[in-house]
Write a protein that binds this ligand. Structure first.
Ligand SMILES: Cc1ncc(COP(=O)(O)O)c(C=O)c1O
Length: 450
């Protein structure tokens, strides 16, 4: 079994009953509970951004498990996304040309804040008629078309897979397209850390991605905030310190040792994950097929996610979520159309049974016909960075037609913007804001931009 050097160090330290004349201020005295194990960079505890001891050894364990260079984040995939874009841009930056990233439009808000911080432009790949703003059926042909139509060769292609509804893109074929154009492929794999441990790996790094992030906390038994940045492919030659420098550019100088211990403990857990998944997946597949034969419409290919499109069953996702919550079952995400459940081997068969019973006891009603919306690509008036840092004001959505969006207004989850910063808000967008119950937008102040 893999060792756990960070946990071992903290355990020994806490048992030694030292007088703690260092941070944190709680001095290990339990108030919430885990304070005793919440330490800082004392001698021997290593340094996340220049590791040469227990953190380096633990990251080496994670790297062996994922088969590429793996670095820890205690600030989620959000930190990894900023760092990987910084690294990709750094590799191709030129003083005279504004960098561009080709990205699928269902990007998480963090991608937009990264564009504001790093000041790059985005060439978007838009959803098709059958898609929604938070889920795109992305094909290699769409990526190739995006690369061909981009005025300058992008610094990277950036896609979200799996997306919030559990749709998985054909990473292998998309990587082949990107590499033919000599462009690296970055994947937001926040929802897919476990994909590496399926009977046949679906992890982006095994399918040709050059960098990706995984939120360990989303699908592994890791405390919220624990995440991985994986580096390989075209970036395999990047030195560890260059990656650490990019992470530390955006990260706190006080990483949480509780989260580091949780990531450390996840290593021996991941060694057992293939067996745990093999034991659980047949039950999930049989739940999915029973629901489908009962008339539910299932979406997405992600094995551990159960996504239901509720219109055919006569409910909105919000209504169904309310009913389930009243029975003690809390989903990951719901909106007018969808209901998303996330399962892991930490759920037991009783959880699956309870979910099945609750869903099958929903009386089927007359089919709902959701409205169809047209969505034309909004016009980019100013750059994302300019929009972010201009003086702005918050207005009711109905007063925003023709205004420039300053800050992303998102429902969280899924934290995917409908209009991006710097874009003009048009009537199509306003109809979508109303549909998704978004009442206010922060727009650039008119006097500052007319
Ligand atoms: C698709 C996607 N990417 C990135 C993130 C950010 O991840 P984290 O919360 O680990 O920072 C999220 C969070 O929900 C997400 O859903």
């Amino acid at each position: 079994m893999m060792d756990t050097p960070i946990c071992d160090f903290v355990k020994t330290y806490s048992e030694s009953r030292n007088i703690r004349l260092h941070m944190p201020g709680h001095k290990g005295v339990p108030v919430l509970g885990p304070e005793d194990r919440d330490i800082t960079e004392i001698d021997g505890a290593d340094n996340l951004y220049a590791p040469d001891g227990i953190i380096k050894a633990s990251e080496n364990n994670a790297s062996a498990l994922f088969g590429c260079r793996t670095y820890y984040s205690t600030e989620g995939s959000s930190l990894c996304i900023r760092a990987m874009l910084c690294l990709a841009l750094g590799a191709k930056c030129s003083a005279s040309i504004r960098p561009v990233v080709l990205a699928a439009r269902n990007a998480h808000k963090t991608f937009i804040t990264a564009a504001a911080l790093l000041d790059f432009d985005v060439h978007w790949i838009y959803p098709g008629a059958q898609d929604s703003y938070h889920s795109i059926t992305l094909t290699p042909a769409m990526v190739e078309q995006g690369l061909q139509s981009s005025a300058i060769l992008p610094s990277a292609v950036y896609i979200t897979s799996p997306d919030y509804l559990g749709k998985i893109a054909d990473i292998r074929a998309i990587a082949e397209v990107c590499h033919r154009y000599d462009v690296p492929l970055l994947i937001d794999n926040a929802h897919g850390a476990y994909l590496r441990f399926l009977p046949e790996s679906l992890h982006p790094m095994d399918l040709g991605a050059d960098m990706c992030c995984d939120s360990a906390h989303k699908t592994l038994p890791v405390l919220t905030g624990g995440a991985y940045l994986h580096v390989g492919g075209r970036f395999a030659g990047l030195g560890a310190q260059a990656v650490k420098n990019a992470l530390s550019l955006f990260g706190s100088t006080s990483p949480s040792y509780l989260i580091l211990q949780s990531l450390d403990l996840a290593n021996p857990y991941m060694e057992t994950l293939p067996d745990r998944l093999s034991a659980m997946l047949p039950d999930i597949y049989s739940l999915k097929s029973e629901l489908s034969s009962h008339g539910f419409t299932l979406c997405g290919q992600e094995p551990l996610k159960l996504t239901l499109s509720m219109a055919g069953y006569g409910y909105t996702g919000d209504e169904a979520a309310d009913i389930l919550r009243s029975q003690g079952i809390v989903c990951e995400f719901h909106d007018r159309d969808f209901l998303v459940f996330m399962l892991t081997p930490q759920n037991d068969t009783a959880d699956l049974e309870a979910l099945k019973k609750a869903l099958l006891s929903l009386p089927k009603k007359e089919k709902r016909v959701p409205p169809t919306f047209s969505f034309s690509a909004p016009k980019q008036a100013i750059s994302i960075r300019e929009a972010y840092f201009q003086p702005s004001e918050e207005l009711p959505v109905s007063k925003c037609a023709g205004r420039i969006l300053a800050l992303p207004n998102v429902g969280c989850p899924p934290a995917v913007p409908i209009v991006m910063c710097g874009e003009l808000i048009d009537d199509d967008a306003i109809r979508l804001f109303h549909y998704y119950n978004m009442e206010f937008c922060t727009v650039v102040r008119e006097s500052d931009y007319s």
